[in-house]
Write a protein that binds this ligand. Sequence first.
Ligand SMILES: [Zn+2]
Length: 89
Amino acid sequence: MARPAEPGPGPRRTCIGCRRVRPPAELTRFVRSDDRSLQIGRTLAGRGAWLCQGSTECFERAARQGGLRPGLPGPGRGVGARRPARRTP
Ligand SMILES: [Zn+2]
């Protein structure tokens, strides 16, 4: 009965940092909510980005590559950059 967690067929997600494909259980899903705050949750609605769990390296890499949506606060970057990107035609 004791079945080890085997990587059987199932959903796969790609880490936007290192591009590795892994089961969602090994990844953290970041979602930017309406108030621009960063939420973590697999079932949250909205645009999500998957990153290796607990990996700041992947997070930083994703932020540098622009994989995270603009507005997502990255470590050491984007702090204070609160410009309303609004253009009047
Ligand atoms: Zn990763």
